[in-house]
Design a protein around this ligand. Structure first.
Ligand code: CMX
Length: 437
């Protein structure tokens, strides 16, 4: 058994009594209340999920296994000479909560290489889809097409299913998926946007470097990929992609079904698709300003025009965060180092200066600060990735790491099938004392 799987087994066995004790002895303890506003408006802030993989503090932003993004980037093992950690080592860290040693991370790198090969039927499926299909629909279809390989489903059907061992099968499916999806993403990118000039994987490379290689983009795009996948991995359990993946897996659907569903949620413009929306909007701003260095005054005018026409400012606001998203900051730092003079980055920079005050003045958004999506497209654009329909697929590869770690733990801790209760409008009116007799 690999070091990672063995460590995970130990962590799971240590953790199980904590969950059992909470359920058995404190199961009736109240941890919150639900208002009519929350029942109608997306359950915002309702405490109804448990995860130890990440925690989102409204003011501090995300922590992965207790570590901030800078701590994560600093402490995890990196490929020699690189600025960002191995994605495979980050998978080890999210699953176990332990920072792997260099050797442990590299063992996972080797494990992923063995699982990387794409089945021919995935390639055939991608090639058979209508050319107008959105890359997110292709990505989701490719993931669910591999469901026939699920070892979890086979185990469930075997007649020997034991809920205590189910996590092992979820782990195997999850690792197989993670090892393959960067190649799926790169394949569909080259097929769709690079005249079908496919680049075969290089089995000497780690996930980030092989992704850059298969995309056909030189260094430091390998580090961009590592950074991008890590910062997009997890953002607690309540966001649409994470929650959907968890919800589907709670029915004991396997990781292929669950992740494909989560990816479909990520494709929404209020969630993952926002990075594509930001780029589209930014290019519109640039076009209107004639591509010259923008002035703050012109930018303010444009932002107000967008708001007054009933649109949101993409890349700003957040359902939970109440400060600048540290995922934004992390990418901003990358931009300041690698592309400080890029014209698009200058637009993003000015937006950072003018949008928050305008959103405060408008008085609607609870959080006027930028989120992750306000920066990510700019970096991709700079490295020549100009087909922004593809951007959310990149987010999807990263998001898979977090949600697959979560559903592996869901099975380890035997989390139940999700079934919140709904009420009718009549019932809410009755509770509010406004029901017409
Ligand atoms: N521009 C203009 N108006 C905004 C706004 C923005 N960036 N963000 C919020 N608002 C508005 C909302 O549309 C809402 O208006 P109505 O009352 O007219 O419906 C009001 O402010 C209150 O919304 P909120 O409680 O602050 O925000 P929500 O939790 O409802 O929504 C989000 C959060 C992210 C969907 C929203 O801020 C938004 O639409 N932002 C732009 C899209 C975006 O960047 N999405 C990426 C999110 C990142 C992620 O998923 O991780």
């Amino acid at each position: 058994m690999s070091t990672l799987k063995n460590r995970l087994r130990i962590k799971i066995e240590e953790h199980r009594p904590r969950t059992t004790k909470l359920l058995k002895e404190y199961g009736d303890l109240k941890i919150g209340e639900v208002t009519i506003g929350q029942a109608i408006n997306g359950m915002r802030g309702v405490k109804g999920l448990t995860t130890d993989i990440s925690y989102l503090d409204p003011l501090e932003g995300i922590r992965f296994r207790g570590k901030t993004i800078p701590e994560t980037m600093d402490e995890l093992p990196k490929p020699p000479g690189k600025d960002y950690p191995y994605v495979e080592g980050f998978w080890f860290f999210l699953l176990t909560g332990d920072v792997p040693t260099q050797e442990e991370a590299e063992e996972v790198v080797e494990d992923f290489k063995k699982r990387r090969q794409l089945p021919q039927y995935v390639v055939d499926l991608l090639r058979g889809m209508p050319c107008g299909t959105h890359p997110m629909a292709m990505f989701s279809a490719a993931i669910v097409s591999m469901q026939q390989e699920s070892v979890f489903s086979k185990y469930y059907d075997s007649g020997n299913y034991n809920k205590m061992d189910a996590w092992e099968y979820m782990y195997e499916d999850s690792t197989n998926i993670l090892a393959r999806i960067p190649s799926i993403a790169a394949y569909l990118f080259r097929m769709k946007f690079k005249s079908d000039m496919i680049i075969e994987p290089d089995y000497n490379l780690d996930m980030g470097a092989n992704f850059a290689h298969q995309m056909g983009i030189p260094e430091p795009y390998d580090d961009v990929a590592r950074m991008y996948f890590i910062i997009h991995s997890d953002h607690e359990s309540g966001n649409v992609s994470a929650h959907t993946t968890h919800l589907v897996a709670s029915a004991l659907s396997d990781a292929y079904y669950a992740l494909s569903a989560g990816i479909n949620g990520l494709a929404g413009p209020l969630h993952g698709l926002a990075n594509q929306e930001v780029l589209k909007w930014l290019l519109g701003v640039m076009d209107k300003m004639g591509g010259i260095d923008p002035s703050e005054e012109d930018m303010k005018k444009f932002v107000w025009e967008t708001l007054n026409s009933g649109n949101v400012i993409p890349g700003f606001g957040h359902a939970v965060l109440r400060k600048t998203d540290p995922r934004y900051t992390s990418q901003r730092e990358f931009c300041l180092k690698h592309l400080p003079n890029d014209i698009l980055f200058k637009y993003v920079d000015i937006l950072y200066k003018v949008v928050p005050d305008i959103l405060v003045e408008q008085g609607k958004a609870k959080n006027p600060w930028p989120n992750v999506d306000a920066q990510s497209g700019v970096i991709q654009w700079f490295y020549g990735l100009r087909d922004f329909d593809f951007y959310t697929v990149l987010f999807g590869v990263g998001r898979a790491i977090g949600v697959l770690a979560n559903i592996t733990w869901d099975r380890a801790l035997g989390y139940a099938i999700e079934r919140p209760k709904s009420l009718t409008t009549d019932m809410l009116e009755e509770m509010a004392g406004i029901k017409n007799k």
